[in-house]
Design a protein around this ligand. Structure first.
Ligand SMILES: C[S@@+](CC[C@H](N)C(=O)[O-])C[C@H]1O[C@@H](n2cnc3c(N)ncnc32)[C@H](O)[C@@H]1O
Length: 202
């Protein structure tokens, strides 16, 4: 409990706050525009990186500690940032009310990820875009075997974070159409490092 609630959000803030990750985040959100919904906004590392075309951010984040860590970045943001909910799988937002939905390193952790992605599709305007930067299942069979072996431990250590989610398939299965997808790697252990960086439309 203490570990998951207090330590993991701080570890995440540091581990995903490196210059390498920042560059990946910048790439991921470079096409964000208009009214943004950010799933699992965490300690807010993406907030300073939104381009000028963004007019507001509605943040969905269950962790009170992460929200406290984000306070400085929220206060410094160029656009209004409002915390609107606790669960990406149950967005308290009307249909077709967002120009962009952003998820960075969050689809790994949302318990009901299928439902969260259906929510993404529901809240996006017809010309809206889902932008994602996620780690997930590697196409390399050896790495994937390790991912399956370590998945349970990873979930216990990192507040429900899964190693084996096939992000592209999950996005497509929710009825979203992937328009671009590239892969990169985080520095660090292979099972945690395979990245999916892409965009999808409703
Ligand atoms: C690995 S952290 C990533 C945080 C941030 N997006 C980033 O890029 O650094 C995963 C985040 O997802 C949040 N989360 C967990 N369950 C969630 C849910 N059901 N809906 C939305 N966010 C959730 C966690 O609290 C945590 O802040």
């Amino acid at each position: 409990m203490f570990w998951g609630e207090h330590v993991v959000p701080r570890l995440t803030d540091v581990a995903l706050g490196t210059a390498d990750v920042r560059a990946l985040r910048e790439r991921a959100v470079s096409r964000a525009r208009g009214e943004v919904v950010e799933l699992g906004s965490g300690s807010g590392p993406t907030l300073p990186l939104y381009p000028d075309a963004v007019t507001s951010v509605r943040a969905v984040e269950p962790s009170a500690v992460a929200r406290r860590l984000a306070a400085r970045r929220v206060a410094a943001a160029r656009v209004p940032v409002e915390h609107v909910g606790l669960d990406g799988a149950d967005l308290p937002l009307p249909d077709a009310s967002a120009d962009t939905v952003v998820s960075t390193f969050t689809l790994c952790t949302i318990a009901d990820v299928e439902r969260a992605l259906r929510e993404v599709r529901r809240v996006l305007r017809p010309d809206g875009r889902f932008l994602f930067l996620e780690h997930g299942l590697s196409p390399d069979p050896r790495t994937a075997r390790w991912q399956h072996r370590l998945d349970g431990l990873q979930q216990r250590l990192f507040a429900g974070c899964h190693l084996t989610r096939p992000i592209d398939a999950l996005v497509r299965d929710a009825g979203l159409a992937i328009t671009d997808l590239s892969h990169d790697r985080l520095r660090g252990p292979g099972p945690m490092s395979y990245l999916y960086l892409g965009a999808a439309t409703p």
